[in-house]
Design a protein around this ligand. Structure first.
Ligand code: AMP
Ligand code: ZN
Ligand code: FE
Ligand code: FE
Length: 274
């Protein structure tokens, strides 16, 4: 049987693996297909697809869009998107700039509570990637201001913390519509983080087509619950590890594999959209 991991990040957002490293490692752990779904950017897709041409692995284009609904952070995955779509590329360029401005705001907030951090140190960590809180957390660890990434989020960067700054977020409706407008399949990422399953039917009304049922933090009972929900609403099922490389070392590549059959179902759904 062939396996896939449909939720991977690269250096083009807040992962630490280059597309080449990601593909080499994915092959080693026996994956036949991977989806590159960086936060708010498609920049890692083309290099990954090019590299995959010489390898025995398939790369599916994807994205993970950040959305917000009544204070809740919601991530919408877009699978099999037309990642070269001009309108999408332009929109994502604005988001990238927005994320840079947000770093300055967070640095200011940290300063207000007596923690100095050079914004350049954050940009140096992010390199070409869309910069975010994980890069700030890493900078705080490197500067010895906190002991761990999770401490950085708990004390400063998380929701309701003193240096929290939301930054630009789509509404779930906009994120779902954007994915569909570029020929993709919108899927709700890690539904447990919502902590509010009653919202899912609303997102289905907006055009949501799938649930990320298989996810490292989903217990067996959550998996069963979301499988049932997917069946009831005729939704696609996906799954992935949310691998970020060394940025989240507790999460190993190959720790979560889904049957390749789920990829075939995504492709069939896309065919129907065309
Ligand atoms: P951003 O898109 O800049 O808001 O940052 C989101 C990133 O921060 C995602 O990769 C999350 O997985 C990560 N993140 C959020 N909360 C935590 C946490 N408590 N510990 C580690 N990483 C986190
Ligand atoms: Zn991330
Ligand atoms: Fe996410
Ligand atoms: Fe993710």
């Amino acid at each position: 049987m062939n396996f896939a991991d449909l939720h991977l990040h690269t250096v083009f957002s807040d992962g630490t693996y280059t597309p080449l490293e990601l593909i080499s490692e994915s092959e080693k752990v026996g994956l036949s297909a991977i989806a590159v779904v960086d936060h708010d950017t498609t920049s890692g897709i083309e290099p990954a697809i090019e590299i995959a041409k010489t390898k025995n692995i398939e790369v599916l284009p994807g994205i993970e869009l950040s959305a917000e609904y009544e204070g809740l952070e919601i991530h919408i995955l877009g699978y099999l998107i037309d990642y070269k779509h001009q309108g999408l590329v332009e929109k994502l360029a604005i988001l990238k700039k927005n994320r840079i401005e947000r770093i300055y705001k967070i640095v200011e907030k940290l300063k207000d509570i007596g923690i100095t951090l050079d914004p350049q140190s954050v940009f140096d960590i992010a390199k070409q990637g869309t910069v975010g809180r994980l890069h700030i957390a890493k900078a705080l660890v490197l500067e010895g201001k906190v002991h761990s990434l999770s401490e950085a989020f708990q004390k400063y960067l998380g929701d309701k913390c003193p240096a929290f700054c939301l930054g630009f977020r789509f509404s779930p409706r906009e994120a779902i519509k954007l994915v569909k407008a570029v020929g993709g399949i919108p899927v709700l990422a890690h539904p447990y983080t919502l902590n509010n399953d009653a919202l899912i039917p609303l997102f289905i009304d907006y055009g949501l087509m799938g649930l990320e049922v298989y996810y490292p933090e989903h217990s067996q009972s959550m998996i069963n619950f979301y499988l049932n929900l997917a069946r009831t609403h005729d939704l696609l099922v996906t799954g992935g590890s949310d691998f970020h490389g060394d940025a989240k070392p507790e999460l190993k590549l190959g720790s979560l594999k889904v049957p390749y059959e789920l990829v075939e179902k995504l492709k069939a759904a896309k065919e129907k959209l065309l």
